[in-house]
Ligand binder design. Structure first.
Ligand code: SF4
Length: 105
């Protein structure tokens, strides 16, 4: 389940980017496959969704949103749930390096 406490406030500026999403004119099942779907069928569907995302003018905003609220389902911003999960849980080396560099000066 998405972390609702991380959702932006219900102000239209926080959500209006979705009006420009390429997926608005595509069958939602391409982006949100059934839970029972597995293996190559699911992979093909995710690839199809990613191809739409690759041409989407709001990809960056969509990805930022999905990572911020930790969307658990579907392809958002060209990322599958597994890919988002990996990003969210990967070690954060860059900020630590910046802190170390900053401390040395
Ligand atoms: S990046 Fe993909 S999921 Fe996000 S709005 Fe665009 S088409 Fe839809």
């Amino acid at each position: 389940m998405a972390n609702l406490s991380r959702l932006p406030t219900p102000v239209v500026e926080h959500w209006e980017w979705q009006y420009d999403g390429v997926c608005r004119s595509v069958d939602p099942e391409v982006f949100f496959p059934p839970d029972s779907e597995r293996g190559p069928v699911r992979q093909r569907r995710e690839l199809q969704a990613k191809q739409y995302c690759a041409h989407c003018p709001v990809l960056a905003r969509c990805r930022e949103h999905a990572l911020l609220v930790q969307e658990p389902y579907g392809v958002w911003g060209g990322l599958t749930p597994r890919e988002r999960d990996r990003i969210l849980h990967e070690p954060r080396t860059v900020p630590t390096q910046r802190l170390t560099t900053a401390a040395a000066h």
